[in-house]
Design a binder for this molecule. Sequence first.
Ligand SMILES: Cc1cc2nc3c(=O)[nH]c(=O)nc-3n(C[C@H](O)[C@H](O)[C@H](O)COP(=O)(O)OP(=O)(O)OC[C@H]3O[C@@H](n4cnc5c(N)ncnc54)[C@H](O)[C@@H]3O)c2cc1C
Length: 407
Amino acid sequence: MRSTGLSMDASTTARREVLISGASISGPALAYWLHRSGFAVTVVEKAGALRDGGYPIDVRGTAVEVVRRMGILPQLRDAHIDSRRCTFLDADGGAVASVNPRAVAGSVEGQDLEVRRGDLAALLHATVRDDVEFLFNDSIDTLDQSAQGVDVTFRSGRRRTFDLVVGADGMHSATRESLFGPEEQFHRYLGYCFAIFTMPNTFGLSHELMLWNTPGKAAALYAVGDTDEVHAFLNFHRPEPPFDSLGNRDAQRDLVATVFAGAGWEVPGMVDAMRDADDLFFDTAGQIRMPRWSSGRVALVGDAAYAPSFLTGQGSSLALVGAYMLAHALATNRDHTAAFAAYEREVREFVAMNQALIDKGGATLFPTTVRALERRNTMLRGLVTLPSPTAQPAHSALILPDFAPVP
Ligand SMILES: Cc1cc2nc3c(=O)[nH]c(=O)nc-3n(C[C@H](O)[C@H](O)[C@H](O)COP(=O)(O)OP(=O)(O)OC[C@H]3O[C@@H](n4cnc5c(N)ncnc54)[C@H](O)[C@@H]3O)c2cc1C
């Protein structure tokens, strides 16, 4: 997939105003590239401040080139989590194998990055915070499109008109819902539910990941460095999504506790910690697959348009690459309809390849049957360290076009 490096005319784009909903990964990345192309950008974020949730995420392949072009690669290299070991455990907590974590994540040493999500969000925000208007603790209430623009009312009561609006508001995007209707039509459930939270590092873990499995259940403790907290992760297979529990925090805790009742290793302590955790995040593993990513003057980017699920490890990379390509399309096409069409044309295959990683065994870390688990453990036992991974072609399948030099 190769895009042509069209030049843009900044003078024709200078006065266009864009509202972006969401200040996590895709929102600030898009804001950076649009501002650089002469757009006036406002970002609205429903949280009161930048969300600094710290679970580790990967930046790989083409997305590494995006952050290099943004000038934040050196800081991200400094923030890179250099985990030393991933230990697989059986039902009783006995070690099955201890391997190189990069091989498990499918990342290429020396090229790809693994950083705390909050570190990446903070760096992206820092690159634009002086040039872009941020409205925290607010969100879009209504969108009213006309030939002239989009009239927006905000939850706070303020009203503004923008030329374009972009939903960068994540997997459960309200922008998508107001434009295209309920999420169910676009959500592809992948058969797992998960809970993540932080808990005290009473295990003496340092720079390492422990992963406990029984068929259909997994528990992980991830020490990102030498800290007094670890990331805890409880993942379980469930043929149908637990619709009753999705919107109810107590029901989520009860469901997880029921599923993991009687489990070995450190799982009982993890379940207790989950009950007390104030940063619990519970969701289903799923993808967003849409036939179109825009309607009129409103478009979607990142997880809002094409969440690939954590099972692919490519969510942040797609968010970064999608933001770059959307900004490039808007910078090179004065007509937004043509721009949104170009964005879809250039990015859709890249998205499809990365979403398809899950069909090629993306969930091997979470076998659901006794046989599949035995097969995986036999494979792991035969290895002292997994061979050094080679890059997945899907990660680097899009060649970025160049933006014209800033005048
Ligand atoms: C446990 C876990 C592990 C993961 N691991 C990886 C990994 O290894 N590698 C990887 O690449 N990705 C991973 N991801 C996925 C990754 O976090 C996302 O794919 C990525 O952050 C997408 O970025 P985004 O900016 O599009 O959306 P999000 O990060 O979801 O951000 C959406 C933003 O919009 C805001 N918002 C929501 N609704 C509104 C509204 N109505 N109005 C205003 N603002 C709103 C939210 O507060 C948030 O700031 C993981 C995710 C999870 C949950």
